[in-house]
Design a protein around this ligand. Sequence first.
Ligand SMILES: Cc1cc2nc3c(=O)[nH]c(=O)nc-3n(C[C@H](O)[C@H](O)[C@H](O)COP(=O)(O)OP(=O)(O)OC[C@H]3O[C@@H](n4cnc5c(N)ncnc54)[C@H](O)[C@@H]3O)c2cc1C
Length: 230
Amino acid sequence: MSPLLGLLISLLLISVAYSTPPEKPITCTNGNSKCTITNSIDIFPDRTICRAGFAAYPTSEAELIATIADGTRRGLKMKATTQLSHSIPKLVCPGGEDGLLISTERLYKVLNIDMNAMTMTVESGVMLRDLISEAAKAKLALPYTHYWWGLTVGGMLGTGAHGSTLWGKGSAVHDYVIGLTIVSPGSEVDGFVKVRQLKEGDEELNAAKVLEIDTHFYNTKLSLEFSTHL
Ligand SMILES: Cc1cc2nc3c(=O)[nH]c(=O)nc-3n(C[C@H](O)[C@H](O)[C@H](O)COP(=O)(O)OP(=O)(O)OC[C@H]3O[C@@H](n4cnc5c(N)ncnc54)[C@H](O)[C@@H]3O)c2cc1C
């Protein structure tokens, strides 16, 4: 075979593979109003489009509290949504066309890493990829978790997501939660919003870390393990 023919055949056999993250799940046609939300595969099981009146992108605890207070005062149905929205069921849809989508896309900060206590506190929009790599810098690890980096801490808690093992504490991410700040609608006397800071030993923590009803996790404190693979 001539070298030229060989080169042509090689070029034909080379295929280029691109990998890109999915599109953002929220689209609004008028600023942050008149919105729709979908999931990462672009379709919900019932094939309907989820419409919502508004979307909000808080960047801090104070903004999240103000957003939930405002939504409650206006009587809106609210749902926490994430940067990539990986759940296939229609969990993120607030229902009704005037609902409010509260995205954790801009709540992505690691708030604290305590190497001695082996704990890490993160905002709820932090992705598993960033959680693992930031923990690794401090020689810490969240063990036995999923094999999918694009999930957020809030989404994993909201769905009770888990890896696969029965060793140690098990592999559900909520098994490693030792603190939670949750923000939920409140009554008028509370300023329409309630903020609870739960820590290990509080009776409500076990229920809160697996129950995602009308609440928004702001931050999560996780107990990690020492990593020997660094
Ligand atoms: C490729 C792939 C692999 C997967 N592998 C596994 C696996 O190994 N094990 C497993 O258990 N699951 C697995 N899943 C399912 C996955 O765990 C769930 O889809 C995941 O929890 C979604 O996370 P998310 O951050 O995309 O949240 P979303 O899908 O956007 O949201 C999920 C739910 O959590 C709520 N929520 C999100 N953030 C907050 C917050 N801050 N406060 C309160 N509620 C919130 C939302 O309102 C919604 O109800 C996988 C999914 C994919 C796409």
